[in-house]
Design a protein around this ligand. Structure first.
Ligand SMILES: O=C(O)C(=O)C[C@]1(C(=O)O)C=C[C@@H](O)C=C1
Length: 629
């Protein structure tokens, strides 16, 4: 008889626990609906911030007593509460609109597995409605299918966190009589997908939608494989499934429909990649008082100066919060604009009715495109004290703080020292030809650069030349930590870098904490400075005292944004060295110098420069010689 592996009985216990967790979650959902039924009688709003805050504070404390950290518990319960709120809202909406279409035929863009298809499934699943799915070839076809009564609903993407507004959809909304009846936001984690049995080394082409390709350009540069563009991600996945030696970019859920498995997750340039969709129907809906509503308006103001400001003032005077403003040209009227506004208000409320009446006086055209339940559920924030570590330790200053260590930490870097008073420049080519790496390394060496950087994503293939150059020139190298399980592959790097999207990921922080390499920890966009320091604390707590904080820049359109107040604040509150990683616009060569000088004045200890079309390797010698002059 074969003996059972010792793993098996443990795994059986985990399976049992997971099953019990699922049953508890299902029961919690039932109770949440019971709460909704009770609230219906007293017209209490779905969301009760006080209750959520009390509930989370208690759970964090109880979790801590069981050895679970506060961030972990609050993250889990944010997901659970979001589901509870959305389900309650969907229930109220259904009660209030009993004459909604009996069937649910939904028109969406693309085939099974497209991002629109997945959004459609999540939206209607919450409503417990059986779906008849009608994939369409274009946005136009979605609108006309619903207009002609061949579908009951249409689902249209309107904006994406990486690529911005989808203009074609806004233009179509101008001309249809369909009403917006709902919205949903889908988080779309792009992955590289492979057919079962295919290895990445065998792949000769990657199928992708052009927008997805743009959103993942940094990672794709490291794979260095030819791309074939497709009309949709669904088509990309279908072609990869039927073409030998190919891969596709798509979502994990979509890939599963085509028998594709994930090769690499989270490959988007921006860690948060969400798309907002609108649901349209022939007849509008009414939003019940328990549910927060959004109203979308379409309006054209007169062409006199300040007309838009006057219109917006009407909203402000009536206490109405605008959540989005978008402008589109009016066909046939050059230089005139049509404005789309989302406001957080129910069109039935008096103040909204009043505002609409006042707006008719100031506009040439105004139309309500729809009033629908808002599905933007912001998590209830707990104060940092509630989330802090064990209260018995709360009188001990945090390891990152100046109270714990008044003198700044210095980290040796070759013959220089980070945090030692000199501003150090570290650089590397973003995704240029391999020759750039060598040129960059030699330039850094010659002009006093402190380290060679392998870019935001250091993939296996790119590591060897990096390490070889480092050894040859005796120049420290920085590698991005991609996969904690393979930490040994990064062992030759002198410094490790945790990219912004890893800042909150416990397994990366634990790997960094257990390492003896200095670790550069980058602030995630939108994360608070407190959150950055908490992540640093986890690394320090793990044992690694060589943590370097990094403030990455970003681009707002063509404008470079770099938070130097954050740099100054971090230097005052923490003894850890602080770097900046500015992003430069297309013609960024001229911006590099003033940004570096300003960062140095704000107290930064150095900069990480990503060399690309905005700042080329060839511009590095002038920049460095002038900076250190
Ligand atoms: O207790 C309530 O009032 C609920 O609606 C339940 C619940 C929850 O899921 O715990 C959901 C939404 C509220 O904001 C607070 C709590």
């Amino acid at each position: 008889m074969t003996q059972e592996h010792p793993l098996e009985p443990i795994r059986r216990q985990i399976t049992e626990l997971d099953r019990a967790l699922l049953q508890l979650l299902a029961r919690r959902r039932e109770l949440s609906l019971e709460v909704a039924r009770t609230k219906a009688d007293v017209t209490k709003p779905v969301r009760d911030a006080e209750r959520e805050s009390a509930l989370l504070t208690r759970l964090v404390a109880e979790g801590r007593a069981l050895g679970l950290d506060g961030q972990y518990v609050s993250r889990l319960f944010h997901v659970i509460i979001e589901d509870s709120v959305l389900r309650q809202q969907a229930w109220f909406q259904a009660q209030h609109n009993a004459d909604a279409p009996a069937q649910t035929r939904v028109a969406f863009l693309g085939a099974r597995g497209s991002y629109s298809h997945l959004a459609c499934q999540s939206y209607f699943e919450r409503r417990d409605l059986a779906l008849q799915e009608l994939g369409q070839p274009s946005f136009d076809a979605i609108i006309s299918t619903v207009e002609q009564g061949k579908a009951d609903y249409g689902i249209l993407p309107v904006e994406n966190t990486s690529s911005g507004s989808i203009n074609e959809v806004f233009d179509l909304l101008q001309h249809t009589h369909l009403q917006i009846v709902g919205e949903t936001t889908e988080s779309i984690p792009h992955c590289v997908l492979l057919p079962a049995g295919t290895e990445m080394a065998e792949v000769t082409q990657i199928f992708a939608h052009s927008q997805v390709h743009t959103q993942c350009s940094r990672y794709l540069a490291t794979l260095n494989k030819p791309q074939t563009y497709c009309a949709s991600s669904a088509e990309a996945m279908e072609r990869a499934a039927s073409t030998p030696n190919s891969a596709a970019l798509g979502s994990e859920r979509g890939g599963a429909l085509y028998g594709l498995k994930v090769y690499q997750r989270e490959i988007a340039n921006q860690p948060i990649n969400e798309t907002r969709f609108l649901i349209v129907a022939r007849k509008g809906v009414e939003v019940p008082p328990q549910v927060p509503a959004k109203t979308t308006l379409l309006m054209a103001t007169g062409q006199k100066p300040g007309a838009l400001v006057e219109a917006l003032q009407v909203l402000r005077d009536n206490g109405i919060n605008m959540t989005k403003l978008e402008s589109r040209p009016i066909h046939g009227n050059p230089w005139e604009e049509m404005f789309y506004l989302d406001v957080a208000a129910n069109v039935q409320h008096d103040r909204m009715q009043l505002a609409l009446r006042q707006l008719t006086r100031l506009t040439r055209f105004i139309k309500v495109l729809g009033c629908y339940p808002s599905e933007t559920i912001l998590p209830t924030e707990l104060d940092s004290q509630a989330l802090a570590a064990d209260p018995r330790l709360s009188d001990q200053p945090a390891l990152h703080s100046r109270k714990h260590k008044p003198v700044g930490t210095e980290i040796p870097l070759g013959h220089q020292s980070l945090g030692g008073g000199n501003f150090l420049i570290m650089a590397g080519p973003a995704d240029g030809p391999p020759g750039d790496l060598s040129l960059c390394a030699r330039t850094l060496k010659e002009y006093g650069g402190a380290a060679l950087w392998g870019g935001w994503h250091s993939r296996d293939a790119a590591l060897d030349p990096l390490f070889e150059l480092g050894t040859e020139l005796n120049l420290p190298v920085i590698v991005s930590l991609e996969e904690p399980a393979q930490a040994q592959e990064y062992a030759h790097g002198d410094l490790w870098l945790l990219p912004p999207e890893r800042m909150n990921q416990t397994k990366w922080l634990a790997t960094a904490g257990a390492s003896q390499h200095p670790v550069i920890l980058c602030r995630q966009p939108g994360a608070s400075l407190d959150a950055l320091l908490k992540a640093a604390e986890q690394i320090l707590d793990g044992g690694n005292q060589q943590v370097i904080l990094c403030e990455p820049g970003r681009l707002e359109g063509e404008l470079p944004v770099l938070d130097l107040a954050a740099v100054a604040w971090l230097k005052q509150h923490s003894h850890l060295p602080v770097l900046v990683a500015p992003q430069l616009p297309g013609d960024g060569g001229n911006m590099a110098m003033p940004l570096l000088q300003a960062a140095r004045s704000a107290g930064a200890d150095g900069a990480l420069l990503s060399l690309d079309s905005s700042l080329g390797v060839d511009q590095l010698p002038t920049l460095m010689s002038q900076f250190y002059r």
